[in-house]
Write a protein that binds this ligand. Sequence first.
Ligand SMILES: [Cu+2]
Length: 603
Amino acid sequence: MTRHQSLDRRRFITTSGAVAAALGSSAFFPAWARNGTAGSTASALAAPGTLTGNDIALTIGDSHFATGGRAGHAVTVNGTLPAPLIRLREGQSVRLSVKNTLAEQSSIHWHGLLLPFDMDGVPGVSFPGIDPGQTFVYDFPLIQSGTYWYHSHSGMQEAMGLYGPIVVDPAGGDDSYDREHVLVLSDFSTMHPHEQLRRLKRMGGYFNEQRQTIAGLLAGEGQSLSERLEWAAMRMDPTDISDVTGATYSFLINGHGNAENWTGMFAPGERVKLRVINASSMTNFNFRIPGLSLTVVAADGLAVQPVETDEVQIAIAETYDFIVTPVEQPAYGIIAEAIDRSGQVRATLATRMGVAAPIPTIRKRPLLGMRDMGMDMSGMDMGDTLDLSQPDAGSMDHSMSMRDPSVAPGVKMGPGVATLSPMPADRLGDVPTGLEDAGHRVLTYAQLRSATPNPDARLPSRQIDVHLTANMERYMWSIDGEDFASGPDPIPFRLNERVRVNLINDTMMPHPIHLHGHFFELVTGEPGHRPRKHTVNVLPGGKASFDLTADAVGDWAFHCHMLLHMHSGMMRVVTVRDTNHQDAGQHKPGKHDMNGHDMGGEG
Ligand SMILES: [Cu+2]
């Protein structure tokens, strides 16, 4: 008998019944996301309202959503925000009938699921989209397990509430935890995303309320005056960490803001699994539970060798599974802090309703530095040309060295490319933005090791550079200098070829880059157990490399998961073709061909 089954089921039922009575019905939240949920256990995986089985019906529609005194229009699935929890089992097949009752086209993309490309749900890339009044039936087998999510891939619907969690239980069951909670992190604004975009185009820092003030400078806060003048000369703002901020967002956990304080139950000593999904449209979160160690057991749905830490920066579209074992306190605060520190949301793990832990104050806003500008200073003789602390170094030199086309021959230069990182550092081992001085353990990608051996041990046969480019002041975002709307060539892969992809961030913002239909291995640590992910957050000015086995035929979206960045052009199509069954001549290797790169020297 597993520990799950030995749990006192009667006590569970009593608890959840009492909570439901105390709260009344909560029509806008599915059961798993309601305040006071007991979560689920192995003997009761599917809490009421969870969608399971082989046939699942979803209806996309207009709704209304209110939180913390703000109310506005929302786009929801089956009337709830977040959308229903879909709980499936590895090895089953599922038919998902999605009806669109909106006045505009819609779609659902199953984020992280490996499936035939025409089931992937990206209008214009992998299927035509779901027109108003139409129903599309997705039908695919589940060949993996873990924590995933789903969201609209049409217009701005994702920002307006169209996202929900997916849990795929392993075929053989899992007795590594006693209780589980699903935590969906998100950001909600009553300002329509198109209006946000309009304001950002007018002024890149529109939502940044944390700029350095003259009064602050005189008081010795932030940068020194000379540093500040240097940054201004480069038209950069070191406080520019996020585009859309707490100035307009309400940050949510399971659709609940701070005032609502979403609470999930635990009993002392239980191993509680938290499946955390960052379903935000524009917010990367710092996630921590003061008083508890987080044991990371999965990243992007796939098991990793357990690693203990205190805080994890969860980029948009990433998922992490943590095991926590709360014992001493009756309540623990679950803190998700926007990385620019413009706001945070807390939820609670508690032994009973009505108890809460103190809320930590929001920490000081981070400032960007040289590494975020693509200048790797490690192991390098600085001289004086790049030393911003030397006033006589001259700002013109910096401006020029920040946009030297010779460092990125593949990038199409134009008004959409304001800067190129002159010396981008591999940042997979870096503590993420703003957590460098957290004073406790912070997870880095380099600490992640796959629990199972990587399936493809081959060295890549070629490599490509993919530049993440922007003109932040004009809110132009692109890949290799080309906006998706301008119709750039797809990035071609041959079926089953092994390619190293070097993502180079030429901007000063992090970009969570997502490849549909595949997992890739981050190039960090010894080969063999590298972390496999579907999304990687490329830190400002830095580099992140992954090895890809292009094993899924079709056309796949490849994009930044900041919704407004993707919408503004930071997206490409990746094609995977079986060249044995086609005219091989149609694929020009072109600029993506490996030329003189040595792939053998990794380690
Ligand atoms: Cu981006």
